[in-house]
Ligand binder design. Structure first.
Ligand code: MG
Length: 250
């Protein structure tokens, strides 16, 4: 099932994307909800990030080839950082580069969306707590990332976390294609089977550090091929089986 969050004539709500269009739902996707009889006029729908997380946990250097291109050794355990929820934007919204003279990169990532509160999860139980998956772009100012020695500023600017377009709840993350295109040119092209720490490992690991709450997001890391964005670009993150998250750059 593909869930969206939308703004429609000043109303914010959730819907289900189906062949026939968008069906509005009453309630929320993790609780009891009902399909509304009323369909939305797709032309008037503005997509929002499919969920509103309390926190976004990033994982760094989780593909061997990306660690190599960054000149870094492989981490012995998942490298965690936080990205603020204020950085979120939906599909189609512009990424705004605050420093035009800084190299600011796209990072195509598979995002995990948590479906209920959990701590100290056993990796085998991951399916009980994951609501679904979506596409993310972990936009990163390399100059500030290097200057600060940590990620809060370089990855934390407003608009630096495009998320969407849909939350896919029926999805096997084991081996799917993940790609990034800039102005139609393929920049990143990998598969999730190349993740160093897989999805069960990541959810269990993070839950042993901090309580995960409903709608929290874990960004699983980016494959090789990261590269700079410039004003006027159109950047697209595609995850096979979910869709394509496209954002212009300003
Ligand atoms: Mg990243």
């Amino acid at each position: 099932m593909q869930i969206i969050r939308y703004e429609y004539r000043d109303e914010v709500g959730w819907g289900i994307l189906e062949a026939g269009g968008i069906t509005r739902i009453e309630g929320d996707p993790v609780g009891d909800y009902r399909r509304s009889a009323q369909e939305l006029d797709a032309r008037l729908v503005r997509l929002l990030p499919p969920i509103k997380p309390g926190k976004i946990i990033g994982i760094g250097l989780n593909y061997a080839a990306h660690a190599a291109e960054s000149g870094k050794l492989l981490p012995a355990e998942p490298l965690m950082f936080l990205k603020p929820a204020s950085a979120l934007i939906g599909a189609g919204e512009p990424i705004v580069l605050p420093h035009r003279d800084h190299r600011t990169d796209h990072e195509a990532e598979l995002a995990i969306v948590i479906g209920r509160r959990v701590r100290n999860l056993a990796a085998n139980d991951w399916r009980d707590v994951v609501l679904g998956f979506t596409c993310a772009n972990d936009v990163s100012d390399r100059v500030l990332q290097k200057r600060d020695g940590q990620f809060t500023r370089g990855k934390g600017f407003d608009t630096f976390c495009p998320l969407g377009p849909v939350l896919e709840t029926e999805f096997d993350p084991t081996d799917v294609a993940i790609r990034c295109r800039v102005n139609g040119e393929l920049r990143q092209d990998s598969r999730t089977r190349d993740l160093i720490f897989d999805i069960p490992t990541l959810v269990a690991f993070v839950s042993r550090v901090m309580t995960l709450e409903t709608y929290d997001v874990i960004l699983t890391g980016t494959p090789e091929g990261v590269g700079p964005l410039a004003p006027g670009d159109l950047v697209e993150v595609e995850v096979e089986g979910i869709g394509t998250l496209a954002n212009p750059v300003r």
